[in-house]
Design a protein around this ligand. Structure first.
Ligand code: ADP
Ligand code: MG
Length: 366
């Protein structure tokens, strides 16, 4: 008897992103087993979670979670994807053996050693974490009314921030196009039309419930209802990663305390750390990055740079956001992992990696 082709066995499933982790771990048998299930919190199916891998051909991961349940109900897909991306298979086993949770936070700035070296010509530094509030769906599954509720709640919290964190909230709805474009060009605001976010269901009811908070200096910012309910961001010109981290940790602590006073808490578990819609953000949800020109590395090739960075737990990107092409020779270098390491460990990896890459950049120029 003739063998049915793979996609037929999988009930017609064809995954366009051939090299994605979704394709790697979603066997036809697993797909058949999970495809009719709907999650309790948001009624999400596996097909909705994997829409990016199925419909786009450029995904490295290709799967999003619409609520905390997805990570449990579709665990047979998410777990190997998470272990593969964050490189934590062994770490997970070690921690389990020691009776420890996989994710352990450390936001103590005093534990950082050194900083970016003075000779590295960093244009700007930015560190963000994602956070989502318990009781509401993650961005791919959140309802319109929940999204508006999160926005209302955050407006109240923003009004209570003090000192250098004090500022104003600017909703996207009604924002003048020029203002919006300027904020995007200056790297402060997210933009509409990211194909991943669209297919992931994260641009429903745009621009309703979205917005940006920032302090007067635009060094402390919070995005509301983009890929996560909250992206808490600290950024500044120059290379002082330690100072940037210090402001971020204060901001996170203040927001968390104000939420707690309002009877709310972040979605969190010891196994996954802070929950996020994208499995690459699980754990700390933190990405600390610097913008730095690397003309010699650029000549050598982006793939070479990617490989070298990878060895040090660092990821190079273009400087206009993840899904944007850029050939300026200026790179966004950030910590690659977010889960299985503490915030301090990840920032340390980034600092050490950037110093090393710059040393090599100079050597390449000789
Ligand atoms: P995220 O991981 O926070 O979603 P993206 O790659 O999508 O990051 O970028 C979001 C925005 O932040 C973009 O406008 C990008 O240019 C800006 N950005 C990221 N890192 C820096 C940095 N070190 N300095 C200035 N802007 C930055
Ligand atoms: Mg992004």
């Amino acid at each position: 008897m003739a063998q049915a082709p793979d996609d037929e066995k999988a009930g017609g499933l064809v995954i366009k992103s051939e090299h994605s982790l979704t394709k790697k771990y979603l066997t036809p048998e697993l797909y058949a087993k999970l495809k009719d299930h709907k999650t309790k919190t948001t009624g999400t199916t596996l097909d909705q979670c994997i829409a990016c891998a199925v419909q786009l051909d450029n995904q490295h991961v290709g799967v999003y979670a619409a609520d905390e349940d997805c990570y449990v109900d579709f665990r047979e897909l998410f777990d190997p994807v998470i272990e593969d991306y964050h490189n934590i298979k062994e770490k997970r086993a070690e921690k389990a053996k020691a009776g420890k949770p996989l994710h352990e936070s450390n936001l103590n700035v005093k534990d950082l050693k050194g900083n970016i070296n003075n000779d590295v010509p960093v244009a700007s530094t930015r560190i963000r974490v994602g956070r989502n509030i318990k009781g509401y769906g993650l961005s791919p599954g959140i309802t319109k009314s929940q999204r508006l509720e999160v926005e209302e709640l955050m407006k109240e919290i923003f009004g209570k921030l003090k000192g250098d964190l004090k500022g104003n909230y600017y909703p996207l709805k009604g924002m003048k196009k020029e203002v919006q474009n300027q904020l995007i060009a200056d790297h402060f605001l997210f933009k509409e039309g990211d194909p991943n976010l669209k297919l992931g269901g994260m641009e429903r009811d745009w621009p309703e419930g979205r917005g940006i908070f920032h302090n007067d200096d635009k060094t402390f910012l919070v995005w509301v209802n983009e890929e996560d309910q909250l992206r808490i961001i600290s950024m500044q010109k120059g290379s002082d990663v330690v100072g940037c981290f210090e402001r971020l940790t204060r901001g996170i602590a203040e927001i968390e305390a104000l939420l707690k006073a309002a009877g709310k808490e972040f979605q969190y578990s010891g196994d996954y750390g802070f929950f996020h819609s994208c499995p690459t953000n699980l754990g700390t949800g933190m990405r600390g990055s610097v913008h730095v020109p690397l003309p010699n590395w650029n000549k050598k090739g982006k793939e070479e740079l990617r490989k070298r960075c990878n060895e040090m737990g660092v990821q190079p990107r273009g400087i206009h956001g993840e899904a944007t092409k850029d050939d300026s020779g200026v790179f966004d270098l950030s910590n690659k992992y977010r889960l299985g390491y503490s915030e301090v460990e990840l920032i340390q990896m980034m600092i050490d990696g950037v110093n090393k890459i710059w040393e090599e950049e100079c050597a390449l120029g000789k």
